[in-house]
Design a protein around this ligand. Structure first.
Ligand SMILES: [Zn+2]
Length: 269
């Protein structure tokens, strides 16, 4: 897919395209976005835009370079992913070795680290060396759900792009409980009142996930002005981040009562 086709992210893709066309692409980017956004695909489309022969800056999907990237057989593109909930130091070490070699297809070695926010501390510290002194032409894309899990020394060396697409969230999510909760937040309800409500309504992990889906959907509607809500825009972004954190906790196996309690404390605070 050409970067042109990402209409939801149009201002961002235009920036990327311009950077490529004017030769001002940085050597390291963080692409942050929810789990529902296919960040690997976006990264590959960005790389196509950077290397495409026919339509530089956007990607044509048809030239040999674009096709190789689409089919995961571009010689100088190295993908790293997480295994068993983390990206290990050994994987980053292996990548570093590959990035030292001379590119064979073009002028650039390119690395994509999926779930970069799951890199172990050691792996992050190792990567830091590459970010500090990359070989000329190297392009590193870190894909993450939450950049807060990355060392500040890493984030400060990267350009961060956030792929926000809350519209893609499940539009059928039940908003009854989320609305009630946000009303209670607006009324500054005491935590014990939330607790009563949540104990009654959230009886298992699945219900907890449903609440998160609903909250995220509701926050998106606030943002678009499609639902009256007394929440400032900056606050909405903050709440969305809290919901994402709670989701991560749930996925990581944190007790659902604890995860939701934590979330409410943050949103209510
Ligand atoms: Zn192309």
């Amino acid at each position: 897919m050409s970067l042109r086709d990402y209409r939801d992210f149009a201002p961002l893709t235009e920036r990327i395209s311009k950077a490529i066309q004017t030769g001002r692409l940085s050597h390291a980017y963080i692409i942050e976005g929810d789990s529902c956004i296919d960040k690997v695909k976006f990264a590959k489309d960005m790389i196509k835009a950077a290397l495409c022969i026919q339509d530089p800056g956007w990607g044509c999907d048809m030239c040999p370079v674009c096709r190789k990237i689409d089919h995961d057989n571009y010689e100088d593109l190295y993908m790293v992913s997480s295994d068993d909930r983390s990206v290990k130091d050994a994987s980053v070490a292996e990548l570093q070795e590959k990035l030292k070699s001379r590119p064979t297809g073009g002028n650039s070695n390119i690395a994509v680290i999926d779930h970069a926010d799951l890199m172990t501390l050691r792996a992050q510290n190792r990567l830091l060396k590459t970010l500090e002194e990359p070989n000329p032409g190297t392009l590193i894309l870190l894909l993450a759900e939450n950049t807060e899990n990355l060392l500040p020394t890493i984030t400060s060396r990267c350009i961060i792009y956030r792929l926000g697409n809350y519209a893609a969230k499940d539009s059928t999510a039940d908003l009854t409980l989320p609305r009630k909760i946000m009303d209670m937040v607006a009324e500054h309800a005491y935590f014990c009142e939330f607790k009563d409500k949540l104990t009654k309504e959230i009886k298992d992990r699945q219900a907890a996930f449903q609440l998160l889906d609903g909250l995220e959907r509701l926050l998106f509607l606030y943002l678009r002005g499609e639902e009256p809500g007394n929440v400032r825009k900056e606050k909405i972004a903050e709440h969305v981040r809290y919901v994402e954190e709670a989701r991560r906790d749930l996925i990581a196996g944190v007790n659902y009562k604890y995860a939701i309690r934590n979330l409410i404390l943050k949103i209510g605070g």
